[in-house]
Design a protein around this ligand. Structure first.
Ligand code: A3P
Length: 317
């Protein structure tokens, strides 16, 4: 398939899509019911067309600021523990986002159809795409999907800090937190609405628990050990009794902990894609920080939203 063909198709599509400006000035485009950052539309379109999942692939998915960086570090370390020793981990010298690429923000951003076939197995990729927007082969192959979600109040606060710190639209004057929160509650935010994003993966996991592992940031924070083991089992590589005795689970947990990653030189300095500060992916790493930024009325609004949107799904926040 040729680049031109994709571009023409995209041009035509873009003309029909609803658009909005996020509170920080970045453009959002509504595609298949979700607000995608404009910059991600073309790469997503290319990934949908060209990405061919292998059964051995592991696809990490999330809405931004839900713990993606942590999940990348964990899954990379778990999946590669027999190939790379922990004290030689690339995570010690490279940012987790460099070690595990995004489909839409790395691989398909720069190339229409990057050559990914020969990457060593298991290939690990990340995406913020909602479940229904994933390339067909991800849904249809035997590859594994690991989703991480987070309390939307903390996710909103985290994203607000992140976007303010990595201001891209130089002339844009960001809206205040009340207006930004109002957009959020309307579902107008990158990869939103958050309730549909979460529900898509929740339902997929209920339907096929062998295929989709649904994780919550808060659960990992509460006790990482069972989750490291759960991820290993899910990807078909459980820890042996010998490994457990040697403390491998703890070593991986420690390597990927917020404190450890945040204090590495590579994560304190430098930029991703020349614009996103490496350090901005490691802010507080806490549960419940929303309380310092949002009012009880705002929290109530999200609670009511979740009760109505998740009604009958079995999903409780
Ligand atoms: P805060 O802004 O609340 O601190 P993402 O990785 O999806 O971009 O999400 C970023 C959020 O996860 C930030 O939350 C960040 O601090 C937190 N985070 C990053 N690495 C982490 C880790 N190893 N353990 C726990 N939280 C982490």
């Amino acid at each position: 398939m040729e680049k031109k063909e994709v571009s023409n198709e995209l041009q035509e599509l873009l003309q029909t899509l609803e658009q909005q400006t996020n509170w920080d000035g970045r453009r959002l485009v509504k595609y298949d019911g979700f607000w995608l950052p404009e910059i991600a539309v073309r790469p997503i379109f290319s990934a949908q067309r060209y990405f061919k999942a292998k059964d051995s692939d592991i696809i990490l998915t999330s809405i931004p600021k839900s713990g993606t960086t942590w999940l990348k570090a964990l899954v990379f370390s778990i999946a590669n523990r027999n190939v790379i020793s922990i004290d030689q981990s690339p995570l010690l010298t490279s940012h987790p986002h460099t070690v595990v690429p995004f489909l839409e923000f790395n691989l398909y951003l720069f190339q229409e159809n990057p050559h990914l076939q020969d990457l060593p197995s298991p290939r690990i990729f990340t995406t913020h795409m909602p479940f229904k927007i994933l390339p067909d082969s991800i849904r249809e192959s035997e590859c594994k999907i690991i989703y991480i979600c987070r309390n939307p109040l903390d996710q909103f606060v985290s994203h607000r800090h992140f976007l303010l710190e990595n201001k891209i639209e130089k002339d844009a004057v960001p809206l205040d937190i009340d207006a930004a929160f109002d957009l959020f509650c309307q579902g107008i935010h990158p990869f939103g609405p958050f309730w549909d994003h979460i529900l898509g993966y929740w339902n997929a996991g209920l339907k096929n628990p062998e295929k989709v592992l649904f994780l919550r940031y808060e659960d990992l924070k509460e006790d990482i050990t069972p989750h490291v083991k759960k991820i290993a089992e899910f990807i078909g590589s459980p820890f042996s009794p010998e490994e457990e005795k040697q403390g491998v689970v703890d070593q991986i947990s420690r390597l990927c902990s917020f404190e450890n990653l945040r204090n590495l030189e590579v994560n304190k300095n430098g930029y991703i894609l020349k614009v996103l500060k490496n350090s901005s992916f490691f802010r507080k790493g806490e549960v419940g920080d929303w309380i310092n930024h949002l009012t009880p009325a705002m929290a109530e609004r999200v609670k009511d939203l979740l009760v109505s949107k998740f009604d009958g799904s079995g999903l409780i926040f």
